[in-house]
Ligand binder design. Structure first.
Ligand code: BJW
Length: 235
């Protein structure tokens, strides 16, 4: 993917691997996609509506803890390189991130779409309002709009529809290049974007620490840490 002269529109998909070197844990490790554990719970058990219904305190504690941790982390060279590309690229560009952290934005990227939601937002399940989330959700703060004590993290759990899919597919249809960075290819629909992009005529490039479940679908896969590979690709 060295020659970019015939590329005008780019879609970049990022996953937990792009934030790993900022000190934020990934969800799975290795090519078998084995889940990491949080207090003996699989992420698949805490990141579901059923898990929330079963034990809301456990799930709220998990998100309160992660939100607090993320605020102490800083963007790494991969986020900065993507922000630079975003600032300089004159064609269409969309960074579709599965991450709920705000490290792309804190690095200065503007064209970012959070398909799995954002840690900084709470969602009122009573009146459907999204608000910036301040104190811990475990304390059941009131919704600023309707005052119900029914806030949950504004993130997409298994079985829920990821956000802004129409915009994502519209961008994939126009893309000349699809780049996937630091994602295991274990979670759909994001894991299917490479096939969608390919069948729509885009070139496809994967940047990942190790081969992923989707590697076979890419025109090219480069292996290494994102903090090294992404600046190398952008420059
Ligand atoms: C580095 C690195 C470094 C590390 N440098 N790289 C059977 C078949 C197909 C689908 C399904 C199925 N059964 C159920 C489904 C659907 C389900 C699904 O996919 N399940 C799978 C488990 C099979 N999906 C859903 O339910 C989704 N909704 C849905 O499908 O709705 C219907 C629909 C259909 C069609 C169109 C539209 C809609 C919703 C999925 C929601 C996922 N939510 C989570 C939690 C978000 C909130 C939170 O953060 O807590 O999203 S789960 C978790 O996984 C999180 C992530 O965004 C997501 C992906 O993880 P990611 O980013 O890939 O991280 P890891 O840890 O898996 O991988 C890290 C990678 O980085 C690795 O490859 C490392 O090598 C690499 N790496 N260090 C570079 N330094």
């Amino acid at each position: 993917m060295g020659d970019m002269s015939d590329i005008r529109n780019i879609v970049i998909l990022t996953g937990a691997g792009v934030s790993a070197e900022s000190g934020i844990d990934t969800f799975r490790s290795g090519t078998d996609g084995a889940p990491s554990l949080w207090e003996q719970h699989r992420v698949e058990d805490v990141a579901t509506p059923e898990g929330f219904a079963r034990d809301p305190d456990l799930v709220l504690r998990f998100y309160d803890m992660r939100r607090e941790a993320i605020q102490t982390k800083q963007p790494n060279p991969a986020h900065h390189a993507l922000a630079k590309l975003d600032a300089e690229w004159r064609g269409e560009l969309l960074i579709v991130t599965q991450n709920v952290d705000d490290l792309h934005e804190r690095a200065g990227a503007r064209r970012v779409l959070h398909m799995h939601g954002e840690h900084l937002n709470a969602w009122c399940t009573t009146c459907d309002t999204r608000s910036r989330w301040t104190g811990p959700l475990i304390d059941r703060p009131a919704c600023p709009a309707c005052e119900a004590r029914a806030l949950r993290p504004d993130v997409v759990w298994f079985g829920e529809m990821p956000y802004r899919m129409d915009e994502i597919y519209a961008a994939l249809r126009r893309a000349d290049l699809f780049v996937s960075i630091g994602t295991s290819g274990a979670v759909y629909p994001a894991a299917g974007f490479v096939r969608d992009a390919r069948s729509l005529g885009a070139k496809t490039l994967e940047l990942n620490l190790e081969r992923s479940q989707g590697s076979g679908w890419f025109d090219e896969t480069r292996l290494g840490p994102a903090s090294n590979l992404v600046p190398g690709w952008v420059d």
